[in-house]
Design a protein around this ligand. Structure first.
Ligand code: NAD
Ligand code: TYD
Length: 358
């Protein structure tokens, strides 16, 4: 097993988003000695209310800013003596990338290159004894599978959406920085996440939200596309594990071996919510509406995460049964959060906390 790396000051980008905020909360709870700087520009997907539990922690600092601002990134790396970067910040929604790809290239490709470049200079200046750069990526860079087989770390990249193409472009830059400069990179590629703080434009929280409001449940195409679902807390633990134990230059696939057809997930969420909301059995399924398919819709994703298990002794702790039930309960208990993120009202919270307009 590779040597253990213990970060002292970590720069997290996109830490106000879905996975980033879950990671910040769990990492700060488990690593009280480590400084954590969260750089997030607060797009529609970033929400500081996700981070209420850490905002008064003296080891934590939030900076509202853009990863494309190289000067800001360089200043933060130097003044905080950062020895690890964990890069979540991205435009993350496939449907948005189909209608507006440009911002995906700017944030996901150019933003990653700027972050890599400033981090490389900081590392080469020997500002800190050891350094790690961790790129958080997705299984979508591998493209689509047929009925059988799994993505391994050796599967060629074949992205099909502007989102996945921009993530693949970023992954290739990460590879190039390792090959060209010997820069100590790590690259994780994870399957679909679910759990608390998931923006209700993605399948699972959208279905929960629409069921609660008795709105139609749009299922794309025939509903038989397959996704491999992992609880966001298992993903957070996996990232921490790769950061501390991963070998520089390596790619690690992360997944829960948990494949579901979309229609089966939607039916399951409908049935669980029939019971929780006291509706008649089958009532929520009546809201399902098959709609036009997403262009270029990948048919099936399935991750082979055996390298994570074999080399880093990581495995998921959530069963899907527990994870989905807890997630539904979280949305039922946090209706106010959903209302605020869908209306954009959480931006007022930023004003109150920091006294400036985002
Ligand atoms: P998200 O959309 O919920 O959050 C993205 C965050 O990045 C937001 O807080 C946003 O404000 C911030 N951001 C966007 N542009 C920025 C910029 N220019 N500068 C600074 N901050 C910026 O995304 P997510 O679902 O939490 O995904 C996080 C990462 O994990 C992404 O890189 C994504 O590709 C990857 N990923 C996501 C999934 C998934 O299922 N959601 C699965 C695998 C990998
Ligand atoms: P999504 O949550 O957007 O994640 P991704 O496209 O990155 O996998 O979608 C998950 C699956 O659900 C995908 O096959 C598209 C499908 N889908 C629907 O059928 N209806 C919807 O309203 C959404 C948002 C997604």
């Amino acid at each position: 097993m590779p040597e253990h790396f213990t970060p002292r000051a970590i720069l997290v980008t996109g830490g106000a988003g879905f996975i980033g905020s879950n990671f910040v909360n769990s990492f700060m709870a488990g690593n009280p000695g480590c400084r954590l700087v969260n750089l997030d520009v607060l797009t529609y997907a970033g929400n500081l209310e996700n981070l209420k539990g850490v905002e008064n922690n003296p080891s934590y600092r939030f900076v509202k800013g853009d990863i494309c601002d190289g000067g800001l990134v360089a200043r933060l790396l130097a003044e905080e003596r950062i020895d690890a970067v964990v890069h979540f910040a991205a435009e993350s929604h496939v449907d948005r990338s189909i209608t507006g790809p440009e911002i995906f290239v700017r944030t996901n490709v150019l933003g990653t290159q700027i972050l890599l470049e400033e981090s490389r200079k900081h590392w080469q200046a020997k500002a800190v004894p050891e350094f790690r750069y961790l790129q958080v990526s997705t299984d979508e860079v591998y493209g689509s599978l047929g009925d059988t087989g799994f993505f391994t770390e050796e599967t060629p990249l074949a992205p099909n959406s502007p989102y996945s193409a921009s993530k693949a472009g970023a992954d290739l830059l990460v590879r190039a920085y390792h090959e060209t400069y010997g820069f100590p990179t790590l690259n994780t590629r994870c399957s679909n996440n679910y759990g608390p703080y998931h923006f209700p434009e993605k399948l699972i929280p959208l279905m929960i939200h629409n069921i609660m409001n008795k709105k139609p449940l749009p299922v794309y195409g025939d509903g038989l596309n397959v996704r491999d679902w992992l609880h966001v807390k298992d993903h957070s633990v996996a990232i921490e594990c790769v950061l501390k134990k991963g070998a520089p230059g390596q790619v690690y696939n992360i997944g829960g071996n948990n494949e579901w057809r979309n229609i089966d997930i939607v039916n399951l969420v409908c049935d669980l919510l029939d019971a929780k909301l006291g509706r008649a059995p089958g009532e929520n399924r009546g809201l399902i509406t098959f709609v036009k398919d997403r262009p270029g819709h990948d048919r099936r994703y399935a991750i082979d995460a055996s390298k994570m298990r074999r080399e880093l002794s990581w495995e998921p702790s959530y069963t899907f049964e527990r994870g989905i039930a807890e997630t539904i309960d979280w949305y039922l208990a946090n209706q106010e959060w959903v209302g605020k993120v869908t209306s954009g009202a959480y931006r007022d919270y930023y004003d109150r906390q920091y006294g400036v307009k985002p």
